[in-house]
Design a binder for this molecule. Structure first.
Ligand code: AMP
Ligand code: ZN
Length: 112
Protein backbone atom coordinates (compact mmCIF):
# COMPACT_ATOMS: atom_id res chain seq x y z
CA UNK A 1 0.00 0.00 0.00
CA UNK A 2 1.60 3.23 -1.18
CA UNK A 3 0.96 5.49 1.82
CA UNK A 4 1.47 2.89 4.56
CA UNK A 5 4.46 3.48 6.88
CA UNK A 6 5.15 -0.22 7.40
CA UNK A 7 4.90 -1.00 3.68
CA UNK A 8 7.39 1.83 3.06
CA UNK A 9 9.74 0.27 5.60
CA UNK A 10 9.22 -3.16 4.01
CA UNK A 11 10.09 -1.89 0.51
CA UNK A 12 13.03 0.26 1.61
CA UNK A 13 11.43 3.69 1.05
CA UNK A 14 11.95 4.42 4.76
CA UNK A 15 15.35 3.09 5.82
CA UNK A 16 15.51 1.30 9.17
CA UNK A 17 17.77 -1.19 10.88
CA UNK A 18 16.03 -4.57 10.71
CA UNK A 19 16.33 -6.69 13.85
CA UNK A 20 15.18 -9.65 11.75
CA UNK A 21 13.91 -10.09 8.24
CA UNK A 22 12.75 -12.90 5.97
CA UNK A 23 10.34 -12.98 3.02
CA UNK A 24 7.23 -13.04 5.23
CA UNK A 25 8.01 -11.10 8.40
CA UNK A 26 10.31 -8.35 9.66
CA UNK A 27 11.16 -7.02 13.11
CA UNK A 28 12.09 -3.42 13.91
CA UNK A 29 12.49 -1.29 17.04
CA UNK A 30 9.48 0.87 17.87
CA UNK A 31 10.24 4.57 17.27
CA UNK A 32 8.43 5.48 20.51
CA UNK A 33 9.36 2.65 22.90
CA UNK A 34 7.02 1.90 25.80
CA UNK A 35 9.67 -0.02 27.72
CA UNK A 36 13.41 -0.73 27.72
CA UNK A 37 12.80 -3.21 24.88
CA UNK A 38 10.04 -2.62 22.35
CA UNK A 39 10.05 -4.46 19.03
CA UNK A 40 7.40 -4.57 16.32
CA UNK A 41 6.89 -7.87 14.48
CA UNK A 42 5.30 -7.08 11.12
CA UNK A 43 4.15 -9.24 8.20
CA UNK A 44 5.56 -7.99 4.88
CA UNK A 45 2.15 -8.37 3.24
CA UNK A 46 -0.18 -5.41 3.86
CA UNK A 47 -2.97 -6.64 6.13
CA UNK A 48 -4.85 -3.73 7.70
CA UNK A 49 -5.42 -5.27 11.13
CA UNK A 50 -5.81 -8.52 13.02
CA UNK A 51 -9.51 -8.40 12.05
CA UNK A 52 -8.49 -8.80 8.40
CA UNK A 53 -6.39 -11.96 8.85
CA UNK A 54 -7.88 -14.84 6.88
CA UNK A 55 -4.83 -17.12 6.62
CA UNK A 56 -3.95 -18.50 10.08
CA UNK A 57 -0.35 -19.11 8.99
CA UNK A 58 0.13 -15.32 9.28
CA UNK A 59 -0.26 -15.75 13.04
CA UNK A 60 2.17 -18.62 13.27
CA UNK A 61 4.77 -16.56 11.41
CA UNK A 62 4.23 -13.37 13.43
CA UNK A 63 3.82 -14.92 16.88
CA UNK A 64 6.41 -17.60 16.18
CA UNK A 65 8.96 -14.96 15.18
CA UNK A 66 8.18 -12.88 18.28
CA UNK A 67 8.81 -15.89 20.52
CA UNK A 68 12.04 -16.66 18.66
CA UNK A 69 13.34 -13.07 18.93
CA UNK A 70 12.41 -13.05 22.63
CA UNK A 71 14.35 -16.29 23.11
CA UNK A 72 17.39 -15.05 21.18
CA UNK A 73 17.47 -11.79 23.15
CA UNK A 74 16.89 -13.67 26.45
CA UNK A 75 13.70 -11.69 27.11
CA UNK A 76 12.12 -14.92 28.36
CA UNK A 77 14.40 -14.79 31.41
CA UNK A 78 12.35 -12.06 33.14
CA UNK A 79 9.31 -12.18 30.88
CA UNK A 80 7.74 -10.14 28.15
CA UNK A 81 4.41 -8.97 26.81
CA UNK A 82 2.95 -9.38 23.33
CA UNK A 83 0.22 -6.96 22.25
CA UNK A 84 -1.87 -6.63 19.08
CA UNK A 85 -3.91 -3.42 19.03
CA UNK A 86 -6.90 -3.67 16.69
CA UNK A 87 -9.05 -0.81 15.47
CA UNK A 88 -9.90 2.48 17.12
CA UNK A 89 -10.89 1.28 20.58
CA UNK A 90 -8.06 -1.23 20.49
CA UNK A 91 -5.62 1.69 20.21
CA UNK A 92 -4.32 0.86 16.73
CA UNK A 93 -2.65 3.86 15.08
CA UNK A 94 -0.85 2.24 12.13
CA UNK A 95 -3.29 0.32 9.87
CA UNK A 96 -0.87 -2.49 8.95
CA UNK A 97 -0.92 -5.56 11.19
CA UNK A 98 1.87 -5.62 13.77
CA UNK A 99 2.62 -7.27 17.09
CA UNK A 100 4.30 -5.34 19.90
CA UNK A 101 6.96 -7.29 21.82
CA UNK A 102 7.71 -5.46 25.07
CA UNK A 103 10.15 -6.29 27.84
CA UNK A 104 12.51 -4.87 30.43
CA UNK A 105 10.02 -3.61 33.00
CA UNK A 106 6.90 -4.82 34.75
CA UNK A 107 3.74 -4.39 32.68
CA UNK A 108 0.66 -4.17 34.86
CA UNK A 109 -2.70 -5.86 34.44
CA UNK A 110 -5.32 -4.69 33.58
CA UNK A 111 -3.52 -2.48 31.04
CA UNK A 112 -5.74 0.58 31.68
P1 AMP B 1 -0.31 0.76 17.20
O1 AMP B 1 -0.70 1.94 18.05
O2 AMP B 1 -0.56 -0.56 17.83
O3 AMP B 1 -0.87 0.87 15.80
O4 AMP B 1 1.27 0.84 17.10
C1 AMP B 1 1.95 1.52 16.09
C2 AMP B 1 3.37 1.66 16.58
O5 AMP B 1 4.20 1.99 15.48
C3 AMP B 1 3.56 2.76 17.63
O6 AMP B 1 4.05 2.17 18.84
C4 AMP B 1 4.56 3.70 16.99
O7 AMP B 1 5.48 4.22 17.90
C5 AMP B 1 5.22 2.81 15.95
N1 AMP B 1 5.79 3.48 14.80
C6 AMP B 1 5.18 4.40 14.01
N2 AMP B 1 6.02 4.76 13.02
C7 AMP B 1 7.16 4.07 13.17
C8 AMP B 1 8.40 4.01 12.47
N3 AMP B 1 8.64 4.76 11.38
N4 AMP B 1 9.35 3.18 12.93
C9 AMP B 1 9.13 2.42 14.03
N5 AMP B 1 7.99 2.42 14.73
C10 AMP B 1 7.02 3.24 14.32
ZN1 ZN C 1 1.16 -1.64 4.83
Amino acid sequence: MSDCIFCKIANGEIPVEFVYRDDDVFVIRDINPQGPTHFLVIPTQHIASSAEVTDPSVWSKVVGRAVEVARQMALDKDGYRMVVNTGDQGGQTVPHLHLHLLSGRHFGWPPG
